[in-house]
Design a protein around this ligand. Sequence first.
Ligand code: SAM
Length: 361
Amino acid sequence: MTDRIIRISDRHRTKPLPGGGFNAPPAGAGKDALGRSLRDLRISVTDRCNFRCIYCMPRDVFGPDYPFLPRKELLSFEEIARLARIFRALGVEKIRLTGGEPLLRKNLERLIELLADISDIDLTLTTNGSLLAKKARLLKSAGLKRVTVSLDSLDERTFRMMNDADYPVAEVLAGIDAAAAAGLAPVKINMVVKRGVNEDSIVPMARHFRGSGHIVRFIEYMDVGASNGWRMDEVVPSAEVVRTIAATMPLEPIGPNYPGEVAERWRHKDGSGEIGVISSVTQAFCRSCTRARLSTEGMLYTCLFATAGYDLRALLRGGSPDGEIAGAIARIWQARADRYSEIRTAETAGARKIEMSYIGG
Ligand code: SAM
């Protein structure tokens, strides 16, 4: 237990920012060491959450004494928007707000307005849905395009056990309805599948959302962070998920919407919609990974499984001009050689990684 807490305090480990001083702003981020471009940015707007999902923020680690970031450590909306503009100029096309639970960040719609003002940016958000029924219309009118809602089961007992906050299914479903009614569609629904916990929920979930226009994506349980006690035998491979659903609802594969899409798409043969599977453990997609991640306090991570990040906030608050920050990001990107999921072993799974609630899922 103590060991787990000490390891979480590693979240502040930083790598030195690349040197090079002030240059003319680069035309783009260029390619990383494995030939990948920078296209997506995930921004964590808070490290706090009102759920304690057993695979993400287990209550015995994220308890009442857990040292969440104090307010002054958080990037302000203006700082986030400034970085987002710099990332856009470097080639980022899509921004996803996440956390923690992003809807817990006060006045989030103000940040959305600032980000929606950036030209040609696809702006989305991932949420546990608990506040969505209240906020969907506000988010839409601020300029949000779509949402992804996490929901691990339709079974009341299983869902409450997994969110460990006694949160009912009905309120998340109401959030999904409100999002669709507000035009934040198509709504994607993320279900993390953990062996022995919610496998029974796979088929009911696929059946419930068939014909709704929403897209359920079944996610392999990952060894993110160091607190969830991950074991390979708790992963339900996506191939098994597809087989299980197809046994009663015939499916056929369909191509990706765009190169590098993380979900593998399947369509119901009767035309009643599609599902997706995200196989980050059994079929790693590092080769096409175009994502960077910005933590709540402005650390840049080039992989979900990173052990340290680059302190962009130091540049922002140290008075660096945009061109210098862009130059630093481009050099960080060009040095990027991460491919954690491809080289995962039982040993690396236990390494000191950054928690997902902090780095942003
Ligand atoms: N609070 C928001 C939510 O619930 O969607 C956003 C943050 S959450 C960290 C983002 C996504 O990461 C959720 O869909 C969650 O289920 C997923 N996630 C968290 N831990 C995971 C793990 N160990 N393996 C796979 N997915 C995980």
